[in-house]
Design a protein around this ligand. Structure first.
Ligand SMILES: C[S@@+](CC[C@H](N)C(=O)[O-])C[C@H]1O[C@@H](n2cnc3c(N)ncnc32)[C@H](O)[C@@H]1O
Length: 192
């Protein structure tokens, strides 16, 4: 096979969601599926780092099925293809443009991340900072997934927010499947 066509096939690792390249591995999508299916009472989904919006389309579809709101944030100009943008709009997705660390954007995110349980994905430009500064407000019963652990950031080099703990066996299984997705949940409170 010609070298150029080989490169084309493997660009984006050949994975796609609704024909758009997705930067997550199939194993990561499996982790998303299992966690979202296991947590039927999630009340919101929030993605930091929209990128081209392929995972956003998947998450917005889940949100529609669950009848819950979905917010995705990106600092950059929209890289989302028109068809995906139309689908996200049809799904009622909140597409926020802004720097996740800028106070007004952070304020919007924090008010979206209500006290009710939800799922937060940290997949922007500084995942460990997103975990520390945004993950800390996720309420009881919430799940926080943080991408690129092991390549961009190290678990033992950060202070995990007080409200969160590693969610086992998911975290170890996820890492074992080489997903690079760290999996946290809010600490379980023991009823008095
Ligand atoms: C790896 S891509 C996201 C991939 C997407 N979640 C997916 O799975 O398809 C990271 C995105 O984070 C965005 N980003 C970087 N720094 C950011 C910031 N401070 N606030 C919001 N978005 C940011 C970039 O513009 C880029 O589109």
């Amino acid at each position: 096979m010609h070298r150029a066509s080989k490169a084309k096939i493997f660009a984006g690792h050949g994975r796609s969601v609704f024909t758009m390249n997705v930067s997550q591995t199939w194993a990561s999508l499996f982790v998303f599926e299992k966690i979202l299916a296991a947590h039927k009472s999630l009340k919101w989904i929030c993605e930091i780092g929209t990128g081209v919006g392929s995972l956003s389309v998947y998450l917005s579809t889940v949100a529609v099925i669950k009848h819950i709101p979905f917010l995705t944030i990106d600092i950059g100009d929209s890289q989302i293809p028109l068809a995906a943008k139309s689908l996200l709009s049809l799904h009622g997705t909140c597409l926020l443009r802004g720097d996740v660390f800028e106070s007004s954007t952070k304020g919007i995110i924090k008010s979206f991340i209500s006290e009710e349980s939800g799922l937060l994905l940290c997949d922007g430009g500084d995942k460990k900072r997103e975990l520390v500064e945004i993950g800390c407000v996720v309420g009881e019963g919430g799940i926080v997934l943080v991408h690129d652990v092991g390549n961009e950031w190290k678990l033992d080099k950060i202070k995990i927010p007080d409200n969160l703990e590693l969610y086992e066996p998911w975290h170890t299984q996820s890492i074992g499947m080489k997903t690079s997705l760290a999996v946290f949940r809010t600490k379980q409170t023991v009823p008095m």
